[in-house]
Write a protein that binds this ligand. Structure first.
Ligand SMILES: [Fe+2]
Length: 304
């Protein structure tokens, strides 16, 4: 069971990470869409706007009350957004990103967290409704792509990966509604199984988005895919707490190295030194997800 302060911190942390991630998923769908799918593109843009508005609300609650970290936004995010908008011709609300960056060094306002709980409960409810809509939208797109009724310049695996992350967010929101705490043995195995699969898929779609001439990077990202595949199998075999601790430590080591690889990737893409189909914002997005997984692994390690 969460204390009110834990509820505040856990809720706001979750929103700041996932609301940006989900609005970007919608952006990626809209820029990978073709002229023929104008209705779906517009639907993606409308949902993107609504997630942008929710992120704005979350930032209003977080301002001066919460430490914003590199899973929510990185030092590359703003530049990645500007570059991606310039390349795709599709605008991004960079003002919101500048605002979020301005909050990083804001000194705490000493607001009583309890007074913000009411706004947060409302935000959680709005986020649940909107995320349920997004899941329905994701399902529709995946069905259309998999039945060859529409074409998107995106791998089906990436669409599935986005869907999994959306459902995961909804699960956390439901736990928050019930003031549940996921940091038990079963919860930890679920968290690590989930994120090891997500990281493996990121390695796999990055591999397929790199230009075939980028041999060294393809080789390197392929190693990460294999490492996460092994971790996935090992996580399925966990049957005691000591083994769980070993796998957590291994996940931490691999993910911190993968995070460094992704950080070199975003730098290389922004400097135009990597040949690929990877949008700069997608590279930053993948880096934030690795940062978030590292945050979760640190939390697990410190509590066990
Ligand atoms: Fe994602």
């Amino acid at each position: 069971m969460f204390s009110k302060e834990d509820f505040f911190n856990h809720s706001i942390k979750t929103h700041l990470f996932f609301l940006r991630i989900l609005k970007e998923h919608l952006y990626f769908i809209s820029i990978s869409s073709t002229k023929k799918n104008e209705n779906l593109t517009n639907e993606a843009k409308q949902l993107n706007n609504r997630f942008n508005n929710l992120l704005n609300k979350a930032l209003y609650i977080a301002a001066g009350n919460f430490n914003i970290t590199s899973d929510a936004i990185t030092k590359y995010t703003l530049e990645a957004e500007k570059a991606t908008a310039r390349l795709s011709g599709e605008t991004i609300d960079t003002d919101l990103t500048s605002y979020e960056l301005s909050l990083i060094n804001r000194s705490p306002s000493n607001t009583n967290h309890l007074s913000l709980i009411h706004s947060l409960v409302t935000l959680n409810k709005e986020a649940i409704e909107l995320t349920e809509e997004l899941i329905a939208f994701n399902k529709k797109i995946i069905n259309l792509v998999n039945s060859c009724k529409i074409f998107l310049n995106t791998h089906p695996l990436q669409l599935e990966n986005m869907m999994k992350e959306t459902i995961y967010y909804l699960n956390i929101l439901s736990q928050l509604e019930n003031r549940g705490n996921e940091n038990n043995y079963k919860g930890i195995i679920y968290t690590e199984s989930f994120w090891n699969i997500i990281m493996k898929e990121h390695a796999e779609f990055i591999r397929s988005l790199l230009d075939p001439s980028e041999n060294d990077l393809i080789h390197c990202v392929n190693l990460y895919s294999n490492l996460y595949e092994n971790l996935k199998k090992e996580t399925q075999m966990i049957n005691n707490i000591n083994l769980l601790k070993q796998i957590t430590a291994k996940s931490m080591q691999i993910t911190s190295e993968f995070k460094d690889f992704l950080e070199e990737g975003i730098k290389g893409i922004l400097e135009c030194n990597i040949k690929s189909f990877i949008q700069p914002l997608l590279a930053d997005h993948a880096l934030r997800e690795a940062n978030y997984y590292l945050y979760l692994l640190n939390k697990i390690t410190n509590h066990s």
